[in-house]
Write a protein that binds this ligand. Structure first.
Ligand code: S3P
Ligand code: PEP
Length: 487
């Protein structure tokens, strides 16, 4: 057994210049293709403790609310990644002052946020591939004075925006998108927004609802959002939004299923501490199943709105034992036997790539001859995430010899032996980490564009290697694969 790993050294994330998934795929003949990351194989049971940086979703929300607050505030232990940097840049473009405080925190410093007296427009905002930026910032742009032009990575232009843009228009905003219903578009802010009751189909993304709720205390009439479509996905993320608003003294609730209401009023400035990202804990805890052994994630919050908390019940479905220690660390333990699952997880689409990676390993079994089938459904909306994750996962599992089939709202995986090969990332951080997970058990898996993990976890390659006990800062061969990072 290897010794525990409880922190990383000073690591400073730089931006991963985003790529379209198709471009990433067609880039295989370029010199960059040579930088495919050889996913480390677990040659012994894992025994590791992995501390993780802050939650993307909490960092994004607290940045927005701090920018709209009634005074300066501080974010402690925020995420520093491509998505959070894009959010910071967007809020700065609207006039917010954001400074990083000197700190010895391993994952980057705290942030001091001073709201602008008035949000200013006449600017442009790059959304990268961040759903939270392209959805949460336009309502603030409507509150700013002057035009604000939004655009993003090539694939970001394919992510749905129409229900949110139409709802903002119904609430009084002037938005020019030439009928695209997607990036690029320009919000012509007038300094205020009427707000009020609005109907919206949020079946493609919960972020449409969170976007309206977060800015609504500053709408003249607040907001009352009424969902009109099929099932709303990722409901815990809407609950996270309501909780973040209430923590700042805002009157915000869900008066009925599929309805949310925020009253107009001040947003209290405060010092908020960001929890570790529990969705990014998924591949690490899942590694205990893939490799056998145990992985501990410390500082797991006792209560949380993060959907990643559901890993404590989802991973046991695959056969892992999950325990919580008195000091709030969560440990996953397994003998390496992975059970097949039938899961319907509309709330936890963000966890789906990891769980599907585990299902692919369950279908391989311990030696390629004793695999079991799985079906994971309720996740049709993940076709609209960083890529069409259902299509991408099916293609990549098949590429390694697996048997996977698309369902309208999920995936079915049949027993089949996996083999090594290139696992494409489609510029999607969770595709990259899923390839790494499969590579723990299957020899010679190479992850294309591992730097896509910089979207929410720039330290992924080091943390992964450290989890296996083999990383040293001096190892140049490993360092060269950590693209987009300064060590
Ligand atoms: O509000 C948020 O922070 C998020 C909401 C969810 O989006 P969807 O509702 O589009 O799944 C989730 O998958 C995403 O990673 C983050
Ligand atoms: C869906 C995700 O991201 P985004 O915030 O860009 O929607 C994700 O992180 O899994």
């Amino acid at each position: 057994m290897r010794g525990p790993v409880d922190s990383v050294g000073m690591l400073i994330g730089k931006l991963n210049p985003g790529k379209d998934g198709d471009e990433a795929r067609s880039g295989e003949d370029t010199p960059e293709a040579e930088a495919h990351w050889p996913a480390p194989l677990a040659t012994a049971p894992v025994d590791a403790r992995v501390a993780l940086p802050g939650s993307k979703s909490l960092t994004g929300r607290e940045l927005i609310l701090a920018a709209l607050a009634d005074g300066p505030g501080t974010l402690r232990a925020p995420l520093h990644s491509r998505d959070s940097a894009l959010m910071i840049d967007a809020l700065r473009a609207l006039g917010t002052e954001i400074t990083e405080l000197p700190s010895d925190r391993v994952f980057g410093g705290d942030l001091r946020i001073t709201p602008a007296a008035e949000l200013t427009g006449s600017t442009s905002i790059g959304c990268g591939l961040a759903g939270t930026v392209m959805r949460f910032v336009p309502p603030l742009a409507a509150l700013a004075l002057g035009p604000v032009a939004f655009d993003g990575d090539p694939y970001a232009r394919k992510r749905p925006m129409r229900p949110l843009l139409d709802a903002l228009r119904a609430l009084g905003a002037d938005i020019a998108d030439e009928g695209r219903g997607a990036l690029p578009f320009t919000v012509h802010g007038t300094g205020s927004l009427r707000g009020g009751r609005v109907t919206l189909d949020a079946s493609l993304s919960s972020q449409f609802v969170s976007a309206l709720l977060l800015a609504a205390p500053r709408f003249t009439e607040g907001v009352h959002v009424v969902h009109t479509g099929e099932r709303v996905p990722s409901v815990p993320h809407i609950e996270m939004t309501l909780a973040a608003l209430r923590a700042r003294g805002v009157d915000a609730d869900s008066p009925a299923p599929g309805e949310w209401r925020v009253a107009p009023g001040p947003i209290r400035a405060l010092d908020a501490t960001i929890e570790p990202d529990l969705s990014n804990a998924a591949p690490f805890l899942a590694a205990a199943l893939a490799a056998g052994g145990s992985v501990t994630v410390p500082e797991w919050p006792a209560t949380t709105t993060q959907v990643g908390d559901q890993l404590r019940t989802l991973l046991p479905e695959f056969g892992a034992q999950l325990t919580v220690s008195a000091d709030g660390a969560v440990t996953a333990t397994s003998d390496g036997t992975i059970r097949g699952v039938r899961l319907d997880i509309p709330e936890a689409g963000e966890l789906a790539p990891t769980l599907i990676g585990l299902a692919a390993l369950a279908a391989h079994g311990t030696d390629g001859t004793n695999g079991v089938a799985s079906e994971i459904t309720g996740i049709g909306h993940i076709r609209h995430h960083e890529t069409d994750r259902i299509a991408a996962l099916v293609a990549e599992i098949r590429g390694l010899g697996g048997s996977a089939e698309e369902l309208p709202d999920g995936i079915r995986i049949a027993p089949a032996a996996l083999h090594g090969g290139v696992w494409h990332s489609y510029a999607d951080h969770r595709m990259a980490t899923t390839g790494a997970l499969i590579g723990l058990r299957i020899p010679d898996v190479e992850v294309e564009d591992v730097a896509s993990t910089g979207k929410t976890l720039p330290q992924f390659p080091e943390l992964w290697q450290r989890m296996l006990g083999g990383w040293t800062p001096e190892a140049p061969s490993e360092r060269s694969f950590i693209q987009g990072l300064t060590l």
